[in-house]
Structure formats: C-alpha cells, structure tokens
Design a protein around this ligand. Structure first.
Ligand SMILES: Cc1ncc(COP(=O)(O)O)c(C=O)c1O
Length: 416
C-alpha cells in the first residue's frame, strides 16, 4: 500500500519510541526505572472520575456540538478572563479539542497555507529545544520551521533580539511554551512583555498577519520563583494570541484526551469558527461525558492540584540536586512542568566498559537503558542544543529519582 509523501516523511514521536522500548523490557520482566513518561504518575482526581461516571449514567452519550457543550465553553471563557486575564474572551472564542495535540494540529491547519508553486513557504518561529511535536505539526500544514537556538545558560529562553532577527515578512506564527517541555524553565512576566513588544512592532511593520501560539499546558505546575503569566493577557498582542491548554498534565488526566484553543476579540472568534469547520470534518466533537469530569476538575479539585504541585516541587528539588552532583552535567533549574534536561555532552565520544562508543544522546540513552535499566528520552528530536541533552521526567517517586540518578552517576563514571 503506497503511503503519501506527507506521511512517509513524518517522523514518529521519539518520546513515545523510548517509552515503548522501556515497556517492552518491563514486559520481559526487567525492572526498568522509567524517566521517559510525559505524564504525571498520580491518579485523576476522584471528583472528576465520579462526575464522568455520573454523566455516563445520565446517558450523556450523544454527539456534542462540534466546539464542545455550551456549559464547558462558558466555564473556560470565564476562567480565561478571571484567572489568565485574557481580554474579550467569550464562549465563542473557545474550541474544545481531543487533547492539546489535536488543538495544535487544528491551529496549524488554520494558520498556515501550503505554498503555491513559486511562492515562499510561510514561516513558523520556534525556540529550540522544544517539545517534539511542534515542528512536525507545523510542517504537515505547509510551514517552514525557523528555529531560534537557546541554551541552558540562558534558561533555554529566546531573547527579544533573537526573536526580532528571526521574524520576516513570511513569518505567520511564533511559538511560546512557558513552562516549557522539555526545559522546565519559564519566561518571567517582564521577559514576556519584552517579547510582546517585538511581536507588536513586527506586526505593525513587516508581518501584519503574525500570530502567537501560546502553549500553556503546564500553567498550573509552577513551583519556582517565576510566576505564571498568560501571553494572551498582554494587551498589545492579545488579539493575535492563540492559547492552547488542557487538564491533562495539571490534573493527571492525560488519557482523557481533552484540550482547548482560546482566542480573543473579533478576529479570534473568526479564527475559532474556521477551526470548528475542520473539527466538524474530522473528529466531530469530543465525548460529552468526559467534559462533565473536566468541569469538576476545574471547579472542585483545587486541593488535588495543590497536592500534585507540592509533590512536583519536592521532586524537582531532589532531581536538580542529584543531577547537579554528577560531574560534567550542565542543567537549568526546573521552575515548572516536570522535566530535567541535563546536557550530557561532556560524555559524548566516550565508550562503555563493553567498548561501545557513545557518539550521540540516542546512543547514550540506549546504553543507559540496556546496562542500568534507566529509561530517559534522548534530546536530539527536541532540536538545537538538545542534541547533547537527555530529558528526565520527575513524574515518579523521590526514591526512584534518587536511585535513577545514582545509576546515571555510576554509568557516566564507568565511561572511558
Ligand atoms: C508542551 C506540550 N504541548 C502539548 C502536549 C500534548 O498534550 P495532550 O496530551 O493534551 O495532547 C504536550 C504533551 O506532552 C506538551 O508537552
């Protein structure tokens, strides 16, 4: 069966690949310490589960309106205004999607045109290292990815100068992901204001259709000194900000597959209307009974959220201090989300006791899994300096973090 060129060139998600390898070893009876998971190890909140079950029992099992039910859209619009200070946001500015990933897919299809013959591609400015699916989703929609290289030394954050240099008349969108996967660092409110000034200036001069995609999926998992600020709350750029988020990571509800896209103002409503057409021609709508549980999570489960956040803060501390103690590793302090992203470059080019040379982060991660049963995600697919990094999720117990870091320390100490 012949596969389209589009799908033949599409890379599978590398985070899923490592997770699958770790699971295969586990199935063979090997005890793997898994740091590859991009999801909390907690159970979904009890009240959310009960609300979902009650909704099924009340026979809420029919198709929903394409954008989601009015009650949940209203709640999300209210929260966008009251918690995130996004102006001019009504239920009509909210589209509920099957996970944030699907939300991003719809957004990319709504933003980018496939270049006509002889026409330049529209550009998507992406600070790297970044989550593995941003680039493929934009490329599938016809965009050319323009990476901005960041490093651990600057908290993996783009500067206003870098952003200014990257925007051209062809730029259609800029991505801001704070807190970030895989870096777990955050832009301060002042840094976001400075980036917004560049975006506003570019939109008024060279790139009038410039949009900002703000991925704020990790908004509630914040434990450092930097407060969260929604990009869409910055008045000068609010009408061009498309916010994507969801309950998956904060409320330990990844498998529920719910996300949302939020805009503001008249242009934002027209954009959402466009995405609704595509959702209507693809998934139709999300399951309605799931939304009953999501509403319960958003309104009744603050205590669960606080408990999760407290645990992530403790784990971040243990992970950071354990990795800092390993000679040669460079890393930024996690401030949000639940990842550490150490640079293991100093060990690349060395060999294992069995004589295997480790030239890449992928070879490093494979040897670590095979010899010490520690599963981490190699950083190559996150782009930029990720090429010499590994991602370790701390969505696991502090005991596992301590033991995993002990084994990692042992592994690198044995390299020659
Ligand atoms: C930054 C970021 N955006 C989006 C997603 C996708 O989220 P969902 O599981 O809701 O599709 C992830 C998942 O890891 C992520 O880390």
């Amino acid at each position: 069966m012949k596969l389209s060129r589009r799908l033949s060139s599409l890379k599978p998600s590398s985070t899923v690949a490592v997770m699958n390898k770790a699971k295969a070893l586990t199935a063979q009876g090997v005890k793997v310490l898994n740091f590859s998971a991009g999801e909390p190890d907690f159970n979904s909140p009890e009240k959310a589960k009960r609300a979902l079950i009650a909704s099924v029992e009340a026979n809420n099992t029919k198709y929903l309106p394409t954008a989601g039910d009015p009650e949940t859209r209203k709640l999300l619009a209210e929260l966008a205004t009251s918690r995130n200070a996004i102006p001019a946001c009504t239920p009509d500015h909210v589209l509920i999607t099957c996970g944030v990933k699907m939300g991003l897919y719809l957004v990319a299809q709504g933003l980018f045109d496939v270049a006509a013959p002889g026409e330049p591609q529209q550009e998507f400015v992406l600070p790297v290292p970044s989550w593995v699916s941003f680039a493929p989703i934009a490329e599938l929609a016809g965009a050319k990815v323009v990476p901005i290289e960041t490093t651990a030394a600057t908290g993996f954050k783009m500067t206003p100068q870098q952003l200014k240099a990257a925007i051209t008349p062809r730029t259609r969108a800029v991505l801001i992901n704070s807190p970030s996967n895989p870096c777990s660092t955050m832009y301060t409110p002042a840094e976001l204001e400075a980036l917004a000034a560049v975006i506003d200036e570019a939109a008024r001069t060279i790139a009038p259709d410039l949009a900002v995609i703000a991925d704020e999926l990790y908004q509630h998992i914040v434990f450092g000194d930097t407060p969260f600020k929604a990009v869409g709350s910055i008045a000068s750029i609010a009408p061009r900000v498309i916010t994507v988020s969801g309950p998956g990571k904060s409320f330990a509800m990844t498998g529920w597959r719910i996300g949302w896209v939020i805009t503001s103002g008249p242009g934002g409503k027209a954009f959402i209307d466009g995405l609704i057409k595509l959702q209507g021609q693809t998934v139709t709508a999300v399951p309605g009974f799931v939304l009953a549980g999501v509403r319960a999570a958003l309104t009744e489960c603050q205590a669960d959220l606080d408990g999760f956040k407290k645990q992530f803060a403790e784990r971040a501390e243990v992970m950071y201090s354990s990795l800092k103690a390993i000679p040669g590793l460079k890393l930024a302090k996690p401030e949000g989300a639940f990842y550490a992203f150490p640079d293991i470059g100093v060990y690349l080019g060395k060999s294992t006791p069995a004589g295997q040379k480790l030239s890449t982060a992928a070879e490093f991660a494979t040897a670590l899994l095979e010899t010490k049963q520690v599963a981490v995600v190699p950083g190559e697919d996150f782009g930029g300096c990720g090429i010499s990094c590994i991602r370790m999720s701390f969505a696991c117990s502090t005991d596992q973090i301590k033991e995993g870091c002990r084994r990692l320390a042992e592994f690198v100490a044995e390299l020659k």
